[in-house]
Design a protein around this ligand. Sequence first.
Ligand code: MRU
Length: 347
Amino acid sequence: MSEIRPIEWANGTLRLLDQTLLPSQEVIVEAHGYLEAVDAIKTMRVRGAPAIGVTAAYAVAMAARELDSPDRDRFLQRLAEAGAVIKAARPTAVNLMWAVDRMVALANTQSGIADIRERLMSEAITIEKEDEAINRKMGSHGKELMPDGGSVLTHCNAGALATAAFGTAVGVIRAGWEDGKRFKVFNTETRPFLQGARLTAWEFKQLGIPSTLIVDSAAGMLMRRGEIGCVITGADRIAANGDTANKIGTYTLAVLAKENGIPFYVAAPISTVDLSLSNGDEIEIEQRSQTEVTEFRGVRIAPDGVEALNPGFDVTPARYVSAIITEAGVARPPYTDSLALAAKAAR
Ligand code: MRU
């Protein structure tokens, strides 16, 4: 099976598998400058927290190549300004801010502009490689939680497409499957952007893992009937206490899981853990266009003039989360202690 890698740096260009066109078309879009990379994040050609982080790292490296100044300090100032533009592309996934901060901090340790340019490009490549290695580690920790027999439900797309390769929640499912465990996989369509129907279902097909697509609102009924053994999702930002922001609808699934006595797992790298936030109320939630709700592929589906609300994410309080799988292992409640320890171990 060939690995799905949605981001590639080749011949001075950032090549991205356009996730707005999948699964009907597999098209590579090229970002020639850092602002084109920012645009690809904004328009969701590349999406998913770790993939946004990797793209942001390349965007900083590209900005360093594009910007010029005879003076190192002025150059670093302009690079920081470009970093602020990159960070503003989307608000919720902290991997974006994490990657930009790591790159800009590294630039500040370099003595000359040529060194900065060279070092930042090699760091972006490192961040991409690290992401795949981290996901494989998460898979090896998380596969123990996957059932042999029974079933697993996942939401949105937390697969290879949302990362450099392998995926987070889908990576754990894959690792369990590659370990020889056999279980039924359900994935939600994930209204309104349909990351589940378009992307996760496509990935499971590529992986040769049979999956069943359900509408988001079917999950409760399946759980009540005993057809879901556990739920596993990715995350866009996890506060120090374990409150988890992820794709809209995740909170609903977590509450339903608890009501039905089903474990609810989150798989995310430490770069998604924001220890600066004590709880999830402090996480900024992206508000997306009304037309994603009132239209389907450009065709109006709601009466003219109807108002729609379209939050892209929600926050699941930590009390609904049975475990958080990171590259440092499986963290259990109380998360204020276990996530701090995991973050320390990952450093
Ligand atoms: O709006 P998206 O598609 O970027 O949202 C993606 C998610 O919510 C994912 O579940 C999350 O980023 C984890 S990806 C490994």
